[in-house]
Design a protein around this ligand. Structure first.
Ligand SMILES: [Zn+2]
Length: 261
């Protein structure tokens, strides 16, 4: 059901649930991303304080609330807890709320909540260790196929998606091959190409082009701000640009194609 068609109370309740579930998802995604470089695929067993190893109780694990209430410190050893925890939780909550506000009570909302959570995981891992694991990119591809029958015109969406994936993934591959030749070194990881191809499925070719241009601007801004010296991860820029492209891709593409046609 479209968001505007929902009665006001139901709409507010949907956003509340999206924020709550999104914050929990953000907490899980952040833990999984922190543990990924250690070889642990999914968080397992009880959560522990990384500083003192004390097992954490339910009251220590409420997204955002625990961090604020404990003033960013471990309850047991008072070691500071990174701002990254509430950051990931708030960001994921906002992403889920944006999907719910755009797509209402629908499979599309679920699909985009999943996609945004995968993108958050990939961004955090890429930011930490400059790597984009294949597993979550494959999961994003699988989610596109699983949710396809929920759309009004699944075959059209599939066709546009395949064209988008080939155009974006293939286009970036060409650029990278030329750049590698010119620079005499590897200019961009294969993970970026795979991620862009996966995003192309969701956006199709027109909005995908917008995504790629926006990602280049964001990537340049990251490099310019110098948050990371030398090589910088392109994954977070792609993920950030994917947010408007996935939610409003068709509208954006119609607008800028209208400028030329
Ligand atoms: Zn501790």
């Amino acid at each position: 059901m479209a968001f505007r068609a929902l009665p006001p109370f139901a709409a507010a309740y949907l956003l509340f649930l999206a924020a709550l579930a999104g914050a929990c998802a953000g907490s899980f995604v952040n833990c999984a991303a922190l543990r990924w470089p250690t070889g642990e695929k999914l968080p397992r067993g009880r959560s522990r304080c990384p500083a003192c190893g004390h097992a954490l109780g339910a009251a220590d694990l409420i997204p955002v609330v625990s961090w604020v209430f404990l003033r960013g410190k471990c309850r047991y050893c008072k070691a500071p807890v990174s701002r990254r925890y509430p950051f990931a939780e708030v960001l994921c909550a906002l992403l889920w709320v944006s999907a719910a506000a755009r797509f209402g009570l629908s499979f599309e909302t679920a699909e985009h909540c999943l996609l945004f959570s995968i993108l958050l995981f990939l961004s955090l891992v890429d930011w930490d260790v400059m790597e984009l694991p294949d597993g979550p990119i494959l999961a994003g591809t699988a989610a596109f196929l699983v949710f396809l029958p929920a759309y009004e015109a699944p075959l059209l969406r599939l066709k546009e998606g395949i064209v988008g994936a080939l155009a974006l993934g293939g286009g970036l591959l060409l650029v990278v091959l030329v750049m590698d030749r010119l620079l005499g070194r590897e200019s961009m990881g294969g993970g970026d190409i795979k991620l862009l191809a996966m995003l192309g499925l969701y956006t199709g070719p027109a909005a995908g082009l917008f995504l790629l241009l926006l990602a280049c601007f964001i990537g340049l801004a990251f490099a310019f701000l110098g948050r990371k010296k030398g090589a910088f991860p392109f994954g977070p820029a792609l993920a950030l640009a994917a947010w408007p492209a996935a939610l409003w891709g068709r509208e954006i593409a119609a607008w800028y194609l209208g400028l030329f046609l």
